[in-house]
Design a protein around this ligand. Structure first.
Ligand SMILES: NC(=O)C1=CN([C@@H]2O[C@H](COP(=O)(O)OP(=O)(O)OC[C@H]3O[C@@H](n4cnc5c(N)ncnc54)[C@H](O)[C@@H]3O)[C@@H](O)[C@H]2O)[C@@H](O)CC1
Ligand SMILES: Nc1ncnc2c1ncn2[C@@H]1O[C@H](COP(=O)(O)OP(=O)(O)OP(=O)(O)O)[C@@H](O)[C@H]1O
Ligand SMILES: [Mg+2]
Length: 366
């Protein structure tokens, strides 16, 4: 069955619309207005992932990038960069008296205390799978949702919702970024069938991209319209009603940690999206009378010069984060070849932004 969900707007037009969502840099702005995000992740085993994520968010242009991690990870993450603010607030089995009788909500208190100062969260990079940690982060997810704070869920953060999908079911302000394996786990938990590569490539069986994205659309629907960014040879983004494929060229090295540039970039884009909807600056667009819901309405907004609604900007932010990450990977691979490491993508974030999106106030991009 062919998908009727895909947006067919060209990448060129989509980038001009992303630029509308990027705040210009004005003298009147104060520290924090161009983004305050926190990456929740980092444990004894993984310290690189939260660093790459927070660093990407900062290099894209976020004013304040925090990392909230487990105690033992904090000095390590801090040692990578003095620019990041690192908070050792995540409890683990090691740090509590009795791991079997914890008050997860109370343990989450210090993290929840930070939420009112944040525009967006990235939950999961290098979080690990400690039972106490995951219970506490589930409390943070509940609280962020109740306050409508947007968040990105990745890696071990996805494990939390694989075990309890109700935490996010129907929440329209989050983006899930599963890789192939994480996608399979989520699909299984929600009873969604994923076609095998053999079924997808079977000759005479319709359009390949549509078939690949069908599972993403189904999973999104099963989660009540949550936006999913399914990573792979090309990334599929869907909210169950509308889908966009991100297929700009990437690199050929599949080192670990490239997904972290994606989540950090998405964190910043979510903060900018909030500033766009709060009318922090005059985007020069006319107001739109109606919120876009259907694929046709989203596509019409993307191809108009009117102000975009929140459904459209969420899909667009996801698409922009995916495109930026793939461009970072392409450029880093061009210079580093098979020696490419995750940190090489971090160095490419600003260049990728300038090449794909460009500064909003620059005359050459108006
Ligand atoms: N430098 C770091 O600190 C890094 C930390 N990471 C963290 O490591 C933890 C575990 O993440 P993993 O991604 O390893 O998750 P999993 O532990 O679930 O492992 C996924 C496995 O699937 C395999 N895989 C990936 N794509 C595949 C595909 N297309 N087809 C078949 N197999 C495929 C991978 O080789 C990996 O062994 C997370 O907390 C994550 O954030 C990773 O992000 C890598 C970098
Ligand atoms: N076959 C591919 N061709 C081109 N790009 C790819 C391919 N597979 C993944 N990517 C890109 O690599 C980036 C990371 O995706 P990947 O599937 O490696 O995630 P991940 O396993 O979660 O990564 P991480 O190691 O950071 O956890 C994404 O931007 C994705 O678009
Ligand atoms: Mg990952």
């Amino acid at each position: 069955m062919e998908s009727v969900h895909h947006v067919t707007t060209s990448s060129k037009v989509l980038f001009t619309r992303v630029r509308k969502m990027v705040p210009p840099m004005l003298e009147k702005f104060h520290k924090g207005q161009l983004g305050r995000i926190a990456v929740i992740g980092g444990c004894a085993d993984y310290t690189g992932a939260p660093y790459f994520s927070a660093a990407a968010s900062a290099k894209l242009g976020c004013d304040m990038s925090h990392v909230v991690c487990e105690r033992s990870a904090a000095p390590v993450v801090k040692s990578y960069s003095p620019n990041l603010m690192v908070h050792p607030l995540l409890p683990s089995t090691e740090s509590v008296k009795d791991p079997n009788s914890i008050d997860a909500s109370a343990l989450a208190g210090p993290i929840i205390g930070m939420l009112s100062r944040l525009h967006a969260l990235v939950i999961g990079p290098g979080l690990g799978r400690d039972g106490v940690t995951l219970k506490v982060v589930a409390e943070v997810i509940k609280e962020a949702r109740s306050r409508s704070i947007p968040f990105v869920l990745d890696a071990d953060g996805l494990m939390i919702v694989t075990e309890d999908p109700n935490l996010i079911k129907g929440y329209k302000e989050c983006i899930l970024t599963p890789n192939v394996v994480e996608f399979g786990r989520l699909a299984k938990a929600l009873g969604v069938k994923v076609a095998s590569q053999a079924e997808i490539t079977q000759e005479g069986n319709g359009d390949k991209t549509s078939k690949e994205s069908a599972a993403c659309e189904e999973l999104s629907k099963a989660l009540g319209g949550v936006t999913i960014l399914q990573k792979g040879p090309h990334d599929v983004i869907s909210n169950g009603v509308t889908s966009i494929v991100s297929d700009i060229k990437g690199g050929l090295k599949r080192s670990g940690g490239q997904g972290d540039t994606l989540t950090g970039s998405l964190g910043t884009l979510l903060a900018w999206r909030m500033a766009y909807h709060d009318k922090l600056w005059d985007s020069g667009e006319q107001d739109n009378a109606k919120e876009a819901q259907t694929r046709d309405e989203v596509q019409a907004e993307l191809e108009s010069d009117k102000r975009m609604s929140s459904t459209t900007t969420l899909l667009l932010a996801a698409w922009a984060g995916s495109s930026l990450t793939r461009e970072c990977s392409r450029k880093a691979f061009e210079t580093k070849g098979r020696s490419l490491q995750a940190s090489d993508l971090t160095d490419e974030v600003h260049g990728a932004f300038l090449r794909l999106i460009g500064e909003p106030e620059s005359k050459t991009h108006l």
